[in-house]
Design a protein around this ligand. Structure first.
Ligand code: SF4
Length: 365
């Protein structure tokens, strides 16, 4: 399998004092206490009932004070929360302990359920030309705790604001390439599907197609079998290379070969792959482009396609017009392919990834 140049490059990691997970640090901090205290403290930090160590009354005052001094309740400081005018999307801007800015989104669907979209890196090395996050490149990976804490903050915010409905889904579609931060993402998946109680098939990890990471999933017994989405955005490799420079020679064929191994490893119907396709006017939305997409989808076999309308950034790209979006959907459906149009939510709060973190806070709050 081809390995991209980006796979091989070192990924800046988080600062040394954040290398150890919060769960381990809780264990160290409470090493003089009876073992069940550590379990209680870890359960408390993931529980929706508490907002700080001081509220965890099952722990003694001394233990609470020690934890408060040594283990921050949330690794991230919230800088701003913006709400869409339709009240269907909320975007949170956070600052990490070393002063970087990242963002996450809470979205409500028509059934009244919520999805949280998390970031996995500060910036991104993939440099997709239509994406605000990719522009400045990669600063560093986020730690597992920083990924999980985006969810914890938005869950608590939704509860405190009395937003009706439950958070049922998580998508790894925020800033960064999740598979380039493989171990932290895998650990975050363990926490999301374990103590935070989100179902495996309700979580989607979306990748720009990092082939080494995709390959690793297939043979990793610790990887929870969550859903995988591939940001394809063009069925023609030359077109894809222009908009996604991380595309390596032979990418499409390698991806098809990988998808066959994926289908063998995860034969259940509900583990289908999703191909994400951002419709960009005049770039990948011609009749010929969509015909190529149909041919490629047939090579994949068990696949669904999400057509995505583009949140305009200052990238110079325009989203396809509604008639073109409909024509693309009709063509795919006529070919027997399951397709959905992902409606843009929160356009008025710059909800495409990296659009808010890339701005000065004073412009957005
Ligand atoms: S679209 Fe995703 S993979 Fe591409 S640069 Fe942006 S964050 Fe990175």
């Amino acid at each position: 399998m081809t390995v991209s140049v980006i796979d091989a490059s070192p990924h800046p990691s988080y600062p040394p004092d954040m290398e150890e997970s919060r769960e381990k640090r809780i264990g160290t901090s409470l090493s003089n206490e009876r073992a069940f205290r550590t379990k209680q403290a870890i359960e408390a930090i993931y529980s929706p009932r508490f907002r700080s160590w001081s509220e965890v009354s099952s722990l003694s005052k001394a233990v609470r004070e020690r934890l408060e001094a040594e283990i921050p309740w949330n690794t991230l400081s919230n800088v701003a929360v913006l709400s869409s005018t339709r009240k269907d999307a909320w975007k949170a801007l956070f600052e990490t302990p070393d002063g970087n800015r990242i963002e996450s989104v809470l979205m409500r669907n028509r059934r009244g359920q919520f999805t949280v979209c998390v970031s996995t890196q500060v910036g991104c090395a993939m440099k997709c030309v239509f994406c605000a996050t990719g522009k400045p490149g990669l600063t560093r990976n986020l730690s597992c705790d920083e990924i999980v804490d985006q969810f914890r903050f938005l869950r608590d915010m939704a509860a405190d604001a009395n937003l009706d409905g439950e958070i049922t889904n998580i998508v790894f579609m925020g800033m960064g390439e999740p598979l380039a931060n493989y171990v932290a993402v895998r650990e975050a998946l363990r926490i999301f599907t374990g103590p935070l109680g989100i179902g495996m098939t309700r979580i989607t990890v979306s990748t720009a197609g990092l082939l080494s990471g995709l390959d690793r999933i297939l043979s990793d017994p610790l990887w929870p079998p969550v859903r995988i989405a591939i940001s394809l955005h063009a069925a023609d490799e030359a077109v894809r290379k222009k908009i996604m420079p991380s595309t390596v020679p032979g990418f499409i064929d390698s991806l098809v070969a990988w998808s066959q191994k994926y289908a063998e490893a995860f034969p259940e119907k509900r583990r289908h792959l999703t191909l994400e396709y951002l419709l960009l006017s005049g770039v990948n939305d011609s009749t010929q482009d969509i015909r190529k997409l149909v041919d490629l989808a047939r090579r994949f076999g068990r696949v669904r396609i999400n057509l995505i309308s583009y949140n305009t950034t200052d990238s110079g790209f325009m989203g396809s017009d509604p008639d073109t979006v409909r024509r693309c959907k009709d063509t795919l459906e006529a070919a027997g392919i399951i397709v959905t149009i992902r409606k843009s939510q929160g356009g008025d709060i710059a909800a495409a990834c990296g659009q808010l973190a890339g701005k000065n806070h004073s412009q957005t709050s």
